[in-house]
Design a binder for this molecule. Structure first.
Ligand SMILES: *Cc1c(COP(=O)(O)O)cnc(C)c1O
Length: 463
């Protein structure tokens, strides 16, 4: 595009603004499922790259016209798929400014404003989650990269403790034991593979997916040498939390580094009512969480937290003659596995500033309350059962047989009032409800139970 004008920015952003508002306005009432599948959207898009460009405002119009029928209402209070979360108004607006300001928030000196805002957001997160104030905080793309960043810091730290030089690579290094519970999340496995540790060796779990601490203790006793233990705050199916007090204790006694994957569950720590679920959590060595799930900021935003900030920056820091740095103060890029990046911590600041501490408490408690209310409502429908204990935000719904449960999931997604994921848990097909949206209130719960009741009736469940 040659000769970009102020008018073009204004027009393009005005079109985007109008469409963004109409999309957000429609969320509470529109069907949650998209009208078109990927092939349907592909058919509406110009496939070959055009020789000539178009006016920015026309491009935005074309994008919306082609895409909107294929959008899923993931921000709806009745969207329960995966673990998603909506986006708070202040966070969305801050995210727009992040794009307009276009600050490469890698180092403090050239981008003082966004670096400072992120530093404040990081401090607030440590305070809210009850984690050590001296920890290093890195804003990464999501829970998977947060797990990866922490695991790389862990890997290098345990190697250094064993007298090895991480910079020499893993080929010559002593082998590292990597242990986790049986219900370890796929992203933790992926992080282990990328970090060169391979898949974690699993040490057992109970019926809700909590790590078997006796099994962990036995596995730790079987060997020596550099060791990393991955624990979990919030199982994606049951919502269950590992016994951190016991698991951290046996791990530390064996000299292991303890990492906690708390993509959504770490937020229980912010609630006076729920923080008993994470007792002992703060004694771990590193933590991964998402802001784009429970905190309801737009994608993409995860948070990597390492108690020993020097270990974090030793593993993830980068140095080059042209990169401005003050030696005594780590830069944002020293705490993440990337150099250039958007100021994704700014929407975190905005969400936390608009909620305040009490707003976060109400958010987290509200999600757990909604999950409990859904579970109670489902269980009152003849022929339906909830398979998990529901300590937090996850509800696994089942009927008496797998085929009917699968059909109920499909009926619900197709009908459009709610959207929940189908999965299997403990050998049974389930419809899994993950309550992650700030708007999931008692009315959303009522409409959800109503939809499930209608689905059960339509499929002859319990009749
Ligand atoms: C979502 C999730 C992840 C991965 O986070 P992403 O942001 O999707 O990369 C890891 N662990 C758990 C328990 C999760 O729920």
């Amino acid at each position: 595009m040659d000769g970009v004008t102020k008018k073009q920015y204004r027009e393009a952003l005005e079109v985007a603004h109008r469409h963004a508002l109409s999309w957000l306005d429609s969320l509470p009432d529109r069907p949650i499922r998209p009208d078109l599948d990927v092939d349907g959207v592909l058919a509406r898009l110009e496939r070959g790259l055009p020789e000539d460009g178009s006016e920015p405002r026309d491009v935005v119009e074309e994008l919306v016209a082609a895409s909107e029928p294929g959008l899923m209402a993931m921000g709806s209070p009745r969207f329960y798929g995966f673990v998603i979360g909506g986006a708070y108004p202040a966070a969305v607006a801050a995210d727009w400014l992040v794009a307009a300001w276009d600050q490469n928030t890698g180092s403090r000196q050239p981008t003082p404003a966004t670096a400072a805002v992120e530093e404040v957001a990081g401090g607030w997160l440590l305070d809210l989650l009850g984690l050590p104030a001296e920890s290093g905080v890195g804003f990464v793309t999501g829970g998977t990269t947060a797990n990866l960043a922490c695991l790389v810091a862990a890997r290098d730290a345990v190697l250094r403790r064993a007298g090895a030089d991480p910079a020499a690579g893993l080929q010559q290094a002593p082998s590292i034991r990597f242990l986790a519970g049986d219900a370890v999340h796929t992203s933790m496995q992926l992080a282990g593979r990328i970090a060169g540790l391979g898949l974690p060796r699993t040490v057992g779990a109970d019926d809700q997916g909590r790590i078997d601490v006796a099994g962990l203790e036995r596995a730790l006793a079987e060997g020596t040498g550099p060791t990393i233990v991955a624990l979990q705050a919030g199982d994606v199916h049951s919502g269950a939390f590992d016994d951190f007090a016991a698991a951290v204790e046996v791990s530390h006694r064996a000299g292991a580094w303890v990492h906690v994957d708390g993509a959504f569950g770490l937020w229980a720590a912010a609630s006076p009512r729920l923080k008993h679920l994470v007792a002992g959590l703060a004694d771990a060595d590193s933590w991964a969480t998402d802001a784009h799930k429970t905190l309801n900021v737009p994608y993409d935003c995860g948070v990597a937290i390492v108690r020993d900030e020097a270990a974090m920056t030793a593993s993830l820091g980068a140095h080059a003659a042209y990169l401005p740095a003050v030696a005594s103060v780590p830069d944002p890029y020293d705490r993440v596995p990337e150099l250039s990046r958007r100021a994704r911590g700014v929407p975190v600041w905005a969400a936390l500033r608009s909620l305040g501490r009490q707003g976060v408490v109400r958010l987290v408690d509200g999600l757990a309350d909604a999950a409990a209310a859904l579970a109670a409502g489902f269980q009152a429908v003849p022929g339906l059962e909830v398979l998990n204990d529901v300590p937090f935000t996850q509800v696994c719904l089942a009927t008496r047989d797998d085929a009917t449960t699968a059909a109920l999931g499909e009926w619900l997604r197709d009908e459009g009032t709610v959207w929940a994921s189908s999965s299997t848990w403990r050998g049974r097909t389930v419809v899994r409800f993950a309550v992650s949206n700030h708007g999931t209130d008692s009315e959303a719960v009522r409409r959800t139970i109503d939809a499930v009741t209608r689905g059960a009736a339509a499929l002859g469940i319990g009749g």
